[in-house]
Design a protein around this ligand. Structure first.
Ligand code: CP
Ligand code: NVA
Length: 318
């Protein structure tokens, strides 16, 4: 997202809306038939994996999935060699895993497009789905205000800050000092925001941070790859930033709620139940009430992962 121009991001969003119409009307769009892609996952996934698979199939491509632990990369074969081999067989590579450097090195060595399906630092394809959802709901996005609540230095928050700055959406990171985005990225985004008539605000104050928000966004408090021991500390730090009815009431009337998912909003998950037994919390980053409210657009957002990822693949492979 840092490399793409505003026009390129807008083009991807328009393309995604076109693909969504084609899908809805049952119009075949196997524009990339004969091509093959590989999905390299070092972390688990529901939405991202399924989006790449369905979008790849809809575009007529062959799709190979390598699950966490089933490729040789890093264990018996270097990243460089793996990238060169995959680049000889596939037209595009999706990577989900750890350091941002890994996905960039894959891009450097593979000789074919490499898509970031989430790293420790960024989650760029998620943002396209988020902005498409905002556009569909409000009819526009420029000038709106999006507040990210909680762990505001995680991959989702970082990518949101970047894309908001490029598209003229005011971005507010609302969380404790310890969980604010890294200073260098804030500086870069503030410079971009200035160019696009919007602002980047960091605040610890929930009332102030959510007051003018059109979109309230949150994510889980401990991300994939982080140690489970962090839960105790994060619960203490981030509980004041839970998105609940009071937060939504304080936001603009008509504000919507977004979440990249998966979410801990009830006790229907193993981790959710473990946390309940240890810490007594029934819901975490978002209350079940808000998650299930009409303001919550999280399932439109999840569907839009597929349409936007399709646009990214088409734009880079056509
Ligand atoms: N939002 C998201 O990336 O979901 P998955 O982890 O299920 O892919
Ligand atoms: N921040 C979360 C996003 C999951 C889609 C994680 O990295 O686990």
């Amino acid at each position: 997202m840092l490399d793409f121009s505003t026009e390129e991001i807008q083009y991807l969003l328009e393309l995604a809306a076109d693909f969504k119409r084609l899908k809805r009307t049952g119009t075949p769009h196997k524009y990339l038939s004969g091509k093959n892609i590989v999905l390299l996952f070092e972390k688990t996934s529901t939405r991202t994996r399924c989006s790449f698979e369905v979008a790849g199939n809809d575009l007529g491509m062959g799709v190979t999935y390598l699950d966490p632990g089933s490729s040789q990369m890093g264990k018996k074969e270097s990243l460089e060699d793996t990238a060169k081999v995959l680049g000889r067989m596939f037209d595009g590579i999706e990577y989900r895993g750890f350091d941002q450097k890994i996905v960039e090195d894959l891009g450097r060595y593979a000789g074919v497009p490499v898509w970031n399906g989430l790293t420790t630092e960024f989650h760029p394809t998620q943002m396209l789905a988020d902005v498409l959802t905002i556009q569909e709901h409000f009819g526009y996005y420029k000038g709106l205000t999006l507040t990210f609540m909680g762990d505001a230095r995680n991959n989702v928050a970082n990518s949101l800050m970047v894309v908001c700055a490029k598209l003229g959406i005011n971005f507010v990171a609302c969380g404790p000092k310890a969980n604010m985005p890294e200073a260098g990225l804030v500086k870069t985004c503030r410079a971009l925001a200035k160019e696009h008539d919007c602002t980047i605000t960091l605040t610890e104050d929930v009332k102030k941070g959510t007051k003018n928000a059109d979109v309230i966004y949150t994510d889980i408090w401990v991300s994939m790859g982080e140690p489970a021991e962090l839960w105790a500390e994060r619960i203490k730090l981030l509980s004041p930033y839970q998105v609940n009815a009071a937060v939504m009431k304080n936001a603009k009337p008509g504000a919507i709620f977004l979440h990249c998912l998966p979410s801990f909003h009830d006790l229907e998950t193993t981790i959710g139940r473990e946390i309940y037994e240890k810490f007594g919390l029934k819901e975490m980053e978002v209350s079940d009430e808000v998650f299930r409210s009409p303001q919550s657009k999280v399932f439109d957002e999840a569907e839009n992962r597929m349409h936007t990822i399709k646009a990214v693949m088409y734009a880079t492979l056509k």
